[in-house]
Design a protein around this ligand. Sequence first.
Ligand code: GUN
Length: 287
Amino acid sequence: MAKIIDGKAISAKIRQEIKIETEKLIREKRITPGLAVIIVGEDPASKVYVRNKRLACEGAGMYSVVHELPETTEEETLLRLIDKLNSDKKIHGILVQLPLPPHIDEGRVIESISPEKDVDAFHPVNVGKITLGSYDFLPCTPAGVMTLLEESGIEIGGRDCVVIGRSNIVGKPQALLLLEKNGTVTICHSKTKKLAEITRRADILVVAVGRPDFVNGEMVKEGAVVIDVGINRKADGKLTGDVDFASVEPKASYITPVPGGVGPMTITMLLKNTLTAATKYAEMTCR
Ligand code: GUN
């Protein structure tokens, strides 16, 4: 029987701490952390995420503004908006919800965000800093996973860590963060051969592939820590992860549920990054 890592409870605790820090920044420096979220198009999942981000900001006492742009928005229009937000003193964090419509160059958009306001930590400058091990922001989902491991007292140093997935948003930065904590890290992906042989060696297995029930009990070592980053919607509308909970849970020592595991932590880390950005801004301007 695995211990269930309660992402909702850990998230609530950290959000409370962030709220207190936010109130302190407002009281002492007269600066309210501000987040601007941009969404282009009508993707229903993205709309839910953006709404949740706005509500979380407001819950933490932060200022938030959402820019909803139509699917047909031209890249130049989006770049002009980002430029405006880059110099807006009320805004300390800018997040462009991904994916963007195919006619917009995602890389160009990400690079147009000022690195100091890049609360996703997707800008090449921030990616580079993370690679070198000295950074201001961490990407929200991998940072959320690291916090769940830490809060659960799970040791990483010297342990075999396997990450399935190599996206820029989760897999790659996740591997770097585990490496930074002295894990022995393997990254698996769609071209990996003998995947189950590799995953069965994992003391810590992080799954971020976006396919329901991709990992089953046969692929997991007895006593492994299993972190499920997947959020997939089933035909009946219910959410499910990338891990087949029913067959994996009896073998794991710790496991994250979906929903209620990694998901709530992603937004919590976004709040943390927005607070960090505002605090840095206060340090620069209030001397
Ligand atoms: N789409 C899915 N995850 C993310 C994320 O962490 N940030 C942004 N901006 N878009 C996403």
